[in-house]
Design a protein around this ligand. Structure first.
Ligand code: HEC
Ligand code: HEC
Length: 700
């Protein structure tokens, strides 16, 4: 595999505008810490007097009763500054004055959970593992093919005869013949854990992202073989190829950047466009989340050298897509783990703010790279969205309209004139049927009718939005029956719906935060949040819970149930019932540990394992048992009284490390911080031994 130093590349991408202090602080930066590089320009905002009085003093610092829906009804005196609708540009739009030339929708090249083909719809259902075919006019699946639980995306070849389906668990792209029903005709091997897929416009090549192996690979459809592979960074998800076939963009859950790869040359190289950088260029974006009472006061600029506060990190970019005029769009989330407000009374809510500044907001990035060659510069403009966890998108070229679905808010937003200077929010439509959670994970537009089809991943239905124009919201809204059987118990299904539900006052203040805002896919955002005066890293949850009690870094929650009840209290939610906590726990336990990357050198791993369990290091005395924790707490750090031995499952994906995120990489942990944390006797280890130990730790 060609490797490339994406750490360094992203550092360069986000280097501009950094203060000297933050440069030194991030010198040994990993992607996670790099998020700090491009922070908000505003660290301190004045606290409006009236709001201070609503801050309750239950010890959790979150005001309750601030309205039902985020940005909707925040009380009479309160309104969000510049946020005026479901879609608000924070920067000057990048689009051109006129509509793009193409009035015919091109083939959809980027993978999705749902796609159109001549006879109807195809859907991949990650829950049951089925590929489903829904012929036009049918309300049920007319054919199905078992691919495997976790099936992530599909794309239909422009010839309309074949679909390529990504089997995340078995490392394959399954080739399916569509001529009648669904038949599996071939499968191409991929690297470990494929997720995103996109076709090149000439239909010759598939680009595939892999999660565990952190790569982007090209598969030649003539041979089914890999023509190149590039290591691109942790947690890649969606990929899209530009309509002219000259570049590919990749979205990530945790890097805060979009990778850009120029196609067609002899060698491939990734460069990175920082989505965090937009926060430093775009004061409006932060200002808009400052609740103004009466006469609005805008926050003044602050010297970032003085404070880490207010820095924001782009997270949870699942998808990337192209619209007209060669523009690309990336829906994502902006997290601010240390809210501004130095000098305020320290509160204990997540982000440490006073609860009325939402530490999480949702955005759409516009990217423009007019000359798509190597080294060409990319302009970025941001828009804020009133969708929760926007992740799926579809573009209708005929009307230059983009549809974005909110996974956490069960709605679809239409952005009219999306590739023009006049881009505007046209309408928002709910997609939940009869109050049942939808969890949209894919959207597509019918090429002939313009109807919008949404895949509800939680209820396993397709919801159609018909009759929409750029000015009128859709009606009627039709839906299919439940199309497949869930592999989860009904308790786990309820827990899954709750885990991702945004705009839910039960879970967090104003519904601003969902569990999946910080633990997307039951993983972790790689950020350290200020909580009760400490800096605590979001723990990786998948595969690390069952048998790992007690919970929280200080080990103060004896059971998962207690941990969930307390988490919700800290998030400022009005609270969940015991049954709801049990539902969430049931769901969390169904999620597998992350896949490990492909091992390059099994001998190094074996040597590392021997070191780990040997007496020189003593690692296994504390990291013992199936989850590699003795479930005890130790007095190792200055800030927390005691810290619970964490499970080491999934270490390759869970960077950064330690309760405060102070070790950016495993190598850094073993070289410096392990001594600081007093964890083991490693100061005598040689470079080779440290390398071997790291290789082993990555396989856990
Ligand atoms: C704002 C980001 C954020 C949100 C939202 C969030 N968490 Fe967490 N989660 C964290 C952080 C940070 C910790 C560590 C806190 C500590 O140790 O005191 C944590 C700890 C946990 C733990 C303990 C894990 C362990 O190994 O000790 C569980 C379980 C958990 N969260 C589940 C949830 C659930 C369920 C929700 C939704 C109700 C949720 N989280 C919402 C950031 C978040
Ligand atoms: C005395 C018990 C003890 C020993 C011995 C020990 N650890 Fe730990 N380990 C801990 C505790 C407690 C933490 C949490 C420290 C913190 O978060 O500040 C931890 C954290 C870690 C982490 C970070 C996990 C994460 O998800 O953030 C890794 C990796 C780790 N240990 C590996 C090792 C290795 C390798 C050794 C042997 C060289 C070792 N530990 C020896 C108790 C121990």
């Amino acid at each position: 595999m060609q490797t490339f130093d994406w750490n360094k590349a992203i550092a360069q991408a986000s280097w501009m505008g950094m203060s000297r202090r933050s440069r030194t602080a991030t010198i040994a930066a990993s992607l996670a810490t790099l998020g700090f590089v491009a922070g908000s320009a505003f660290a301190r905002s004045p606290v409006p007097e009236q709001i201070q009085t609503v801050v309750n003093d239950d010890g959790f610092g979150n005001p309750h009763g601030l309205g039902n829906r985020f940005g909707n009804s925040f009380g009479e005196d309160l309104s969000f500054g510049a946020q005026s609708g479901p879609f608000t540009m924070s920067d000057a739009p990048l689009g051109e004055p006129g509509a793009p030339a193409s009035s015919r929708p091109g083939p959809v090249l980027a993978g999705s959970a749902i796609a159109n083909f001549s006879d109807g719809l195809l859907v991949v259902d990650a829950d049951s593992g089925m590929l489903l075919r829904i012929d036009r006019g049918s309300d049920t699946a007319t054919a199905q093919l078992d691919i495997g639980v976790g099936v992530s995306q599909l794309v239909v070849h422009p010839d309309g005869r074949r679909a390529f389906v990504v089997d995340r668990r078995h490392d394959e792209i399954v080739v399916v013949d569509l001529s009648s029903g669904l038949s599996r005709v071939d499968a191409y091997r991929t690297r470990a854990e494929p997720f995103g897929v996109s076709l090149t416009p000439d239909g010759s090549t598939l680009l595939v992202t892999t999660v565990a192996d952190r790569s982007l690979s090209a598969l030649d459809l003539a041979t089914g073989l890999e023509s190149w592979t590039l290591e691109i960074g942790p947690e890649p998800r969606g990929v899209a190829v530009s309509p002219d076939g000259r570049e590919a963009l990749v979205a990530f859950l945790t890097t805060g950047a979009v990778a850009r790869v120029v196609l067609g040359g002899a060698t491939q190289r990734a460069s990175y466009v920082s989505l965090d950088a937009g926060t430093s260029r775009s004061p409006v974006d932060r200002a808009r989340f400052v609740v103004t009472a009466g006469a609005s006061r805008s926050p003044g600029p602050v010297d970032r050298a003085l404070s880490d506060e207010g820095r924001s990190f782009a997270r949870n970019a699942f998808a990337v897509g192209y619209v007209g005029h060669g523009l690309a769009v990336v829906p994502h989330q902006l997290s601010t783990p240390h809210l501004a407000g130095e000098g305020r009374v320290e509160s204990s809510g997540y982000g440490g703010g006073d609860g009325f500044v939402a530490p999480i907001s949702h955005r759409l990035a516009f990217l423009d790279t007019p000359d798509k060659g190597e080294g060409s510069s990319t302009r970025v403009a941001m828009a804020s969205l009133l969708l929760h966890q926007p992740r799926a998108l579809a573009y209708d070229a005929r009307v230059d309209t983009l549809y974005v679905a909110g996974y956490g808010s069960d709605n679809v937003l239409a952005i009219a004139n999306v590739s023009q200077a006049s881009a505007r929010g046209a309408w928002t439509s709910d997609v939940a049927v009869a109050g049942e959670a939808c969890g949209p994970s894919g959207v597509t537009v019918d090429g002939s009718t313009g109807d919008i089809a949404v895949w509800c991943s939680l209820s396993q239905r397709v919801v159609w939005l018909g009759g929409a124009t750029t000015d009128a919201s859709p009606s009627p809204i039709r839906h299919t029956e439940q199309l497949a059987n869930s592999h989860l118990s009904s308790a786990a299904r309820r827990g899954r719906a709750m885990f991702r539900s945004g705009n839910n006052n039960k879970i967090s203040t104003g519904g601003a935060m969902a569990c999946s805002s910080c633990h997307a896919e039951v993983r972790a955002d790689g950020l350290s949040w200020r909580l009760q005066g400490n800096n605590l890293q979001t723990p990786f949850l998948a595969g690390r819970l069952e048998g790992a009690h007690p919970f929280k870094w200080d080990g103060m929650d004896p059971t998962l149930h207690d941990s969930l009840i307390n988490t919700v209290r800290r998030l400022g939610g009005s609270g969940i019932t015991s049954t709801e906590a049990a539902d969430i726990a049931a769901f969390l336990k169904t999620v597998d540990a992350p896949r490990v990357p492909t091992v390059d050198d099994i001998h190094a791993v074996a040597r590392g394992q021997a070191l780990f369990s040997g007496e020189v290091t003593g690692c296994a005395t504390c990291h013992s048992g199936p989850l590699m924790t003795d479930q005890q707490s130790y007095d190792l750090t200055a800030d927390l009284g005691k810290v619970d031995t964490p499970s080491l499952v999934g270490l390759a994906t869970s960077a950064p490390y330690y309760h405060d995120g102070s070790a950016a990489t495993l190598d850094a942990l073993l070289r410096g911080n392990a001594n600081v944390h007093g964890m083991g006797r490693i100061s005598k280890l040689s470079d080779v031994e440290i390398h071997d130990l790291v290789q082993y730790l990555k396989t856990l």
